[in-house]
Write a protein that binds this ligand. Structure first.
Ligand SMILES: [Zn+2]
Length: 251
């Protein structure tokens, strides 16, 4: 699952095309039906930005192409004319490089003001913690591990960094938001920001609980657990020894 930090890396790679008029192709049949080349080919690419889990490509004339990677989508930057097999969803070709989107899932043209309603970006510099807290506070009944994945509340946190940030802040994913005070919630958000920012700029930081069920917690020696959580049944990872409280399922 691509996380917000991999979107930011893709946005960084695509910066070499910004300012250029690009050739636009949609080789994959499911992308071809969208008629994008007719509207975008030859336009200047003005800006590429990651907003939460969306990559927004701004073209001259106020056109914005939104790409959401879902589970399998990948952006690659290659030399112009690189041979490839298969049919990518989208190719943006500049003078020397081409950006290639594989397994696109979501690719749609939106107006400049048509971007989806997202919470503040966890990778913002600085992140808008006050608005994040306000949005999270609007849903007091929800479990914190579930709410952190809701992109309308906070944009960009995926399952990996959610699990790690909760562990860093000693907060159980099973506590309801009304049971988590502001300083704890802010510590979770700050931990997510710090780890994800480090991951954008270098190798991924070490994991402590994510996909480590049954192993020893490096902080307290407890046994890390996993269980399905929330309406979307995402897997929560936590250490019951140092992330206590909340309505955790029985082991
Ligand atoms: Zn522990």
């Amino acid at each position: 699952m691509p996380e917000g930090d991999s979107l930011h890396r893709a946005a960084q790679r695509l910066q070499v095309l910004v300012g250029q008029r690009v050739e636009v192709e949609t080789p994959h049949p499911r992308a071809a039906v969208k008629g994008l080349p007719g509207r975008l080919d030859g336009r200047r690419l003005e800006q590429v930005e990651a907003v939460g889990k969306n990559l927004l490509l701004h073209f001259e004339g106020g056109l914005v192409l939104r790409s959401h990677l879902r589970m399998k989508g990948r952006w690659r930057l290659e030399r112009r004319g690189t041979a490839r097999t298969g049919k990518p969803w989208l190719v943006l070709r500049g003078a020397e490089h081409e950006a290639v989107l594989w397994n696109g899932a979501v690719l749609e043209l939106v107006g400049a003001r048509g971007a989806p309603r997202l919470g503040p970006d966890i990778l913002g510099e600085p992140p808008d913690y006050e608005t994040m807290l306000a949005r999270l506070r609007a849903e007091p009944e929800r479990e914190v591990g579930d709410a952190l994945l809701d992109q309308r509340l906070v944009a960009g946190i995926g399952n990996l960094w959610k699990a790690e940030a909760l562990w860093e802040a000693h907060v159980s994913p099973w506590r309801r938001l009304e049971e988590v005070d502001d300083s704890e919630l802010r510590a979770v958000l700050e931990a997510a920001h710090t780890s994800m920012r480090a991951s954008v700029e270098g190798p991924r930081p070490a994991r402590h609980v994510y996909r480590r069920a049954g192993r020893i917690c490096p902080r307290c020696g407890g046994i890390v657990r996993s269980a399905s959580q929330g309406a979307n049944a995402r897997t929560a990872y936590w250490c019951p020894g140092c992330q206590v409280g909340g309505n955790a399922p029985p082991s």
